[in-house]
Design a protein. Sequence first.
Length: 292
Amino acid sequence: MSKTLKLPAKVTAGRALAPEGRRPPARPVVQPAGESIRLNKRLADLGHCSRREADDWIARGWVRVNGEVAQMGQPVRLTDRIEVAPEASAQQGERVTILLHKPVGYVSGLPEDGHESAAVLVQPRTRWKDDRAPRRFAATHTRGLAPAGRLDIDSTGLLVLTQDGRVAKALIGEQSDVEKEYLVRVHWAPNGPKGAGLVTQDVQQVFPPERLALLRHGLSLDGQPLKPAQVDWQNPEQLRFVLKEGKKRQIRRMCEQVGLHVVGLKRIRIGRVVLGNLPLGQWRYLAPHERF
């Protein structure tokens, strides 16, 4: 028996979904009632899955539109009745999300330039002994893991690896506004990290306040203005950044623009999920009750 999705006049899109299928409060998606949209995008906007996952469901015959088995690429309207078979939810329930404390020297995604992917660290022996998630490790949990937000090779901290397209969309989708928090150790290097005037201690004392204001808002990367950020001194040599975007090497490049050289970068939080006491090089499962 299939489950009917009730379609209100204004649909809502799920965000920051837990992989176990529970949905948090949703955010409205504006779409004219008479406008058609591809079925895979519609399912993704409703928060049920990623577009790629929706295509898989459609190909398997698990989606019906107005009582008829859906076709790949099919357009739908707000007034159409969409049904998803229970097998789809069962499949999602088997997918895992893993939280890894990435060490320096590993890349977040596929291996490159002789460096291993952080995913190789997901092994039974490296699972955190204090992981309380009620899952037993299975070899299938390492297949198809993808990073939902990257950490560069020189950075450490919380890395999310997931098989669940909903989690990836919530964290790195175009409409994502999930906060990422970092601790960043810096030197004052107005003439470059090897130039004159380098200050390695009590950087806060010599760093101009107007440049701190620029870090918070006013910088651009790749020709695009950056979103406002929270940036404050954690101690005289370390800044705390809270961002809602993740351009390539963003924090390092932001710091370069204001005369700072990053010597250490650690991500300690993504949304409401914190790195906590997870040891370096070890991992745990995202627990059923946790949401980003």
